[in-house]
Design a protein around this ligand. Structure first.
Ligand SMILES: *Cc1c(COP(=O)(O)O)cnc(C)c1O
Length: 296
């Protein structure tokens, strides 16, 4: 497996007419560059879990996810690197044509166990493979160690330069990490990719331990729900790539940039804002789209 290389992270300024018009600068922290399919933020979120598993002398990491889960694949890769056995518990029946994500996870040595939706949800609460040697990581890496790992994302930029840190949210773990690591006057804007996830603010609070004044969660850009999309999103991703050379994924970062540019256009961010957007990776998931949908 190709190594994960944190030296490849860059901060790319993007110049778009919408930003220039509102006198806003926008830079992108390119966590997507660290590996072709180990999703940027997942690598950071897994760090403390794997350290803890090592300290507890566990041999096996067990975690949960869907057929196209970035978290499943990142866990498989991280376990391979750290010499853990890994078990992925997958939502839904085994398919005769497994997703590219699951094929790669299996190639990396992950053992895959398929459960029906009901069984899966049950399992998440009462792990059945509960034995001495196993260390459990919850779906999406949600948890305080995950947030602490995500907090170190800002070590890879000149933190004091920005007024706003922006990211996509699934479980909210990365958002919680940014709340922890940014300075008190800096704002964190989080774009939720799930439909009506009214739990999200509470979940984030649970990880940070307090209500953060600096946090704004935006629920308006889910495009129908998790992993749902519309032609408008795909068109945006293609045109964003043409204008900036930055590829995005349709589950997280496409919705993130779409939402941020829409918010910029509607004067949501004050003129003079200096925004850092976290490109959290996830590009491998685009393989689930029909060939030719995206130009990159
Ligand atoms: C998992 C993921 C997120 C969401 O992170 P959370 O910590 O669950 O909110 C964002 N972007 C990408 C590319 C991801 O894979």
């Amino acid at each position: 497996m190709q190594d994960i290389n944190l030296h490849l992270i860059t901060t790319d300024p993007v110049s778009l007419p919408a930003c220039a018009e509102k006198r806003i600068t926008l830079s992108v922290l390119r966590l997507d560059k660290i590996h072709p399919y180990v999703s940027g933020n997942k690598f950071f979120k897994l760090h403390h879990y794997l350290q803890e598993a090592k300290l507890q002398r566990k041999k096996t990491i067990v975690t949960y996810g869907g057929a196209w889960s970035n978290h499943i694949l990142a866990t498989a890769a991280a376990c391979r690197l750290h010499q853990f056995h890994s078990i992925g518990i997958i939502r839904g029946e085994r398919s005769s044509s497994p997703s590219a994500t699951l094929q790669k996870a299996a190639e990396l040595g992950m053992e895959l166990i398929f459960l029906s939706r009901d069984e899966f949800n049950n399992q998440k609460r009462n792990p059945r493979y509960d034995n001495e040697g196993c260390y459990y990581i919850s779906e999406g890496g949600f948890g305080i160690p995950g947030a602490e790992g995500a907090a170190s994302i800002t070590d890879h930029c000149t933190k004091q330069d920005y007024t706003h840190f922006c990211c996509a949210a699934g479980t909210g773990t990365m958002t919680a990490g940014l709340i922890k690591s940014t300075l008190s006057h800096q704002q964190v804007t989080s774009i939720s990719v799930l439909k009506n996830n009214t739990q999200l603010e509470t979940d984030i609070q649970q990880l940070t331990g307090h209500i953060a004044d600096k946090l704004s969660v935006i629920h308006a850009y889910h495009f129908g729900g998790y992993a749902k999309y519309k032609a408008e999103l795909i068109d945006f991703m293609n045109s964003f790539y043409r204008q900036t050379g930055i590829p995005t994924d349709f589950v997280y970062t496409g919705k993130l940039f779409f939402g941020l540019l829409d918010l910029i256009t509607s004067n949501y961010f004050p003129s003079g804002s200096n925004m850092l957007v976290i490109h959290s990776g996830g590009l491998q998931g685009n393989a689930s789209l029909k060939k030719g949908t995206l130009i990159f």
